[in-house]
Design a protein around this ligand. Sequence first.
Ligand code: GGG
Length: 356
Amino acid sequence: MKRFDIAVIPGDGIGREVVPAGRKILDVVAQVHGGLRFRYQSYPWSCAYYLKHGRMMPEDGLARLGGSDAIFLGAVGFPGVPDHVSLWGLLIPIRREFQQYACVRPVRLLPGVRSPLAGRGPGDIDFIVVRENNEGEYSSMGGRIYSGTPHEVVTQLNLFTRRGTERIIRYAFQLARGKRKRKVTSATKSNGIIYSMPFWDEVFWQVAKEYPGVAAEQMHIDALSARFVTHPQNFGVVVGSNLFGDILTDLGAAIAGSIGIGASANLNPERRFPSCFEPVHGSAPDIVGRGIANPLGQIWSGALMLEHLGFPKAHDLVVKAMSSVLDSGIKTPDLGGKASTRQVTAAVVGEIRRLA
Ligand code: GGG
């Protein structure tokens, strides 16, 4: 029997509605597997916690998470707490402390889901975005002086290290090597951003040389975004900086039907620290409490966790069950359906049991 300790942070808004769905699926998978068990430790760290305690998590929060095998997170951010406070108080410290530098986000049009792109079917949209997750545009370097005066000056530094850039690009090539479409597309903007992006390109082509069996191309982020819409079938693995990867994966989830489905793995590839699994979506305050949040982004993130923990067949089982449920028309309203979070979750549970 393999036992895993999972730290659970439902967080804010619909995170608290979809995390229980994700846990339910993990437990059912463990049950049908027979040799797998999860032990959960849940933490209430969130914007509500911030309003009560003045911080998003306690001082020893990261130390507490550090002992777990993985972190299963819902959503972070809610009106009443500025987004940069909630993100930098919880999500970003987790990603940095645990060296989760590879953020892996599959973009796949599942059967039964209609893409907003006309005439596109499941085989047309199936690629992975690898987002650099520890540096880049998400940096705390910069400053603000003469606040609120006409002389106000604000600077924000982007931070690109050779180590950080090389390792994420190498990760993308290694991932592409094992895929059907062996191709890596680099998101750049070296025509406008004259230091960091030419550096990014230079490293990209240096690393590309190490992988002669993998096709390589670079595209400016503006043209690349347009290509996501016009030629989504052209991509295998797309690698981008922290901000570019963040934006591209919302777009990716949208062309694959809904941001409610997008899944995300924040990986420490060396496995020295726990990795963190969370849906791409945020806390969605507009639909909180209505019971209609799409649980599939969280469920798919759980599947990525199973894969990372060494259970690739369990990952495939969950994605297959999700696909069958969608194909049978059981969908939440973001996908044009009428089903509730609970109904979709129950249908996935039933399908896992049937398939297993
Ligand atoms: N599911 C995680 C979440 O709440 N994400 C919201 C968000 O704004 N994330 C920004 C980021 O991933 O950097």
